[in-house]
Design a protein around this ligand. Structure first.
Ligand code: SF4
Length: 278
């Protein structure tokens, strides 16, 4: 069986940057996982003593706190600063952009619509930058817009990992009902480069292995894109989840990895698949 890597896969700019920033701050903490990949988080702990704290109450004064790639809510950032912690902000600049837009447009009295998943850490951070929390609305579907008490002027941003065609459905629906719609395309291209490459490879592969965190939106998206053309697509976090029977009678195994997946995990998976084949 041949193994082929997608022409674009793995770490994006924001994740590479966050890891480089974290590695320069040994003996620190991240509040929430720096990126959506447990193995990489463990490596940072073992090699750089960078701990992970899930609850803000657990962070005591005078620590170095690295802010994760997806950002954190504004009020939590204020609490960390008040505690006299040293804040190292590793929020991806493409996530800081919608935070700043929401703050600015909200100050200009626009209703804010965010196309995204309200439970995603990035969106929890972005929404917190609105001046009035009762004038910011998170939607996943244009149908949800019908019930919203929007002002006549609306500003719209998207979660960075969403698909442009789905964002456009929200844009089109809003334009038909509101007097003024300011659309900010905050979707990140890094995700699409990996998605397009995975889709291309899935067309010819008999099996696709997508490597990444089970909670990572962009990894899940790669998996669903691959499944369209290659039903035998599997999402795994690392090589321990591979199953021998998946590869029986397969000729081409395509591999892609989410934006939070380090190269060393991809290489471990490739080595294990080659072992299985022997
Ligand atoms: S996918 Fe885009 S927005 Fe998300 S961390 Fe990477 S570069 Fe930043």
């Amino acid at each position: 069986m041949k193994i082929e890597l997608a022409s674009s896969y793995g770490f994006c700019y924001g994740v590479k940057r966050a890891i480089e920033i974290a590695e320069k701050h040994e003996n620190s903490f991240t509040y929430g996982p720096l990126i959506h990949n447990k193995d990489e988080i463990n490596r940072l702990k073992d090699s750089f003593n960078i701990g992970l704290v899930e609850k803000i109450e657990e962070i005591k004064n005078d620590n170095t706190v690295v802010i994760r790639t997806h950002g954190i809510p504004k009020d939590e950032l204020a609490v960390l600063k008040k505690q006299k912690n040293r804040i190292i902000n590793a929020t991806c600049p493409y996530v800081t952009t919608p935070q700043n837009i929401v703050e600015k447009m909200s100050n200009e009295e626009y209703s804010i619509v965010i196309f995204g998943d309200k439970n995603h850490p990035e969106i929890k951070g972005v929404v917190s930058y609105a001046k009035k929390q009762n004038d910011v609305f998170i939607v996943l579907d244009k149908e949800e817009l019908k019930e919203l008490p929007l002002k006549s002027k609306v500003a719209l941003v998207s979660q960075t990992t969403k698909k442009p065609e789905d964002f456009l459905k929200i844009v089109n629906a809003l334009i038909l009902t509101q007097k003024e719609v300011r659309v900010f395309n905050t979707i990140c291209n890094a995700t699409f480069e990996n998605q397009d490459a995975a889709a291309e490879l899935a067309k010819k592969a008999d099996i696709m292995i997508i490597i990444g965190g089970k909670h990572s939106s962009n990894t899940k998206m790669l998996h669903s894109i691959s499944q369209k053309d290659c039903p035998d697509s599997y999402l795994i976090e690392n090589e321990s989840e591979l199953k021998k029977e998946w590869f029986e009678n397969k000729r081409l195994c395509g591999i892609s990895a989410g934006a939070s997946t380090p190269d060393w995990i991809v290489q471990n998976v490739i080595n294990s698949i080659q072992e299985i084949e022997r």
